[in-house]
Design a protein around this ligand. Structure first.
Ligand code: APR
Length: 308
């Protein structure tokens, strides 16, 4: 039987992801949105590209959850972006309502799915999806680290004029100002990056990575990044579909790893067909550990705002 991947939210991230998944040709795609006609129109448009690009993936758009039933993977991108005058707490509460209702409907149609939250604020929304779905932590993990790492790798490759493929990097922590690009464990062709890029330049690249989302928002004026975010979700879907046992950073429910309890924070995990098979505990320095806990505290504040 063909695999089924549902993408909730047919906005920029969701629709671009649906296109990327359709082009993989390994699953049928269901695109869901609350706006009538939007997912139907975008799904049909993607479907009609099939004969040209050469895929047979069936792509359908809908405003309900019937057609999502028995999905193998569900990606949640539904939510609203922060509007002028809106506080961060207001945004959290608004997206909490959206993501709660979406998760309830998703899980009743697809109790065996792997869920990948993408809506921001990412770690808090991942924790919400985990709580509402009641799935084991192996099957709920948020996308942020792959994107943050991709941005970090891009900037390092640009700086050194090398292929992005030869830059290995990790970004830990919550998806936001407190994320931690781990320079100590970042290598270029196996050589530690600190030997190749001197301070203060390396710190500038770290800061640009932290501000990566805002840099795009400032350029676009309205809306936020979606090409790299959707590509990053696809990397995780590939790991699941091909059972790759990839080591990727993801926002995952920690139960004591890194001294963090009962909280979603970005760390490296091993990912395959059954979701997360291992949470990888890196040997952090004291300052890295402090930074990770500081980042976890920022996530905890949002969890408190949501009251979950
Ligand atoms: N059910 C389904 N879809 C919904 C619901 C809901 N209850 N509420 C909102 N949506 C839809 C909107 O109609 C919109 O089409 O979610 C979509 C969001 O799309 P965009 O506004 O284009 O946002 P996008 O850029 O795709 O980002 C989505 O991902 O990276 C994060 O920060 C980003 O939280 C944001 C999310």
């Amino acid at each position: 039987m063909r695999k089924k991947i549902t993408v909730v939210g047919a906005g920029n991230v969701g629709a671009t992801l649906a296109q990327r998944v359709a082009e993989r040709n390994y699953a049928d795609v269901v695109l869901v949105d609350i706006i009538e006609g939007l997912p139907q129109g975008k799904a049909l448009d993607i479907l009609e590209a099939g004969p040209v690009i050469g895929y047979d993936s069936h792509v359908v758009g809908t405003n309900s959850y019937e057609e999502t039933s028995d999905s193998d993977i569900v990606v949640i991108t539904s939510g609203i972006a922060r509007k002028p005058g809106m506080s961060r707490d207001d945004l959290v509460r608004t997206n909490q309502k959206i993501v709660t209702s979406v998760t309830e409907q998703v899980i009743s149609a697809s109790p065996n799915a792997i869920l990948i939250p993408v809506t921001n604020p990412l770690d808090a929304m991942a924790q919400l999806v985990f709580k509402v779905s009641k799935l084991p932590r192996e099957r709920v993990f948020g996308m942020a680290g792959v994107l943050d790492t991709a941005r970090f790798r891009t900037f390092i490759a640009q700086e050194l004029n090398v292929s992005v493929r030869d830059v290995q990097a990790y970004v830990l922590g919550g998806h936001g100002d407190t994320m931690i690009p781990l320079t100590r464990m970042t290598t270029v062709g196996g050589v530690p990056v600190a030997q190749l890029i001197a301070e203060p330049r390396l710190s500038e690249i770290v800061q640009r990575t932290r501000d990566g989302g805002a840099e795009i928002v400032n350029l676009l004026k309205s809306g936020s990044a979606y090409y790299a975010p959707s590509a990053s979700v696809l990397d995780m879907i590939d790991a699941i579909m091909y059972d790759q046992q990839r080591i990727l950073p993801a926002s995952v429910y920690l139960t004591g790893e890194y001294g963090i309890h009962n909280l979603f924070v970005g760390v490296p995990v091993k990912m395959g067909a059954n979701g997360i098979t291992q949470v990888i505990e890196l040997d952090l320095s004291d300052s890295e550990r402090v930074a990770l806990h500081h980042s976890a505290d920022a996530v905890k504040e949002l969890i408190e705002v949501m009251g979950i």
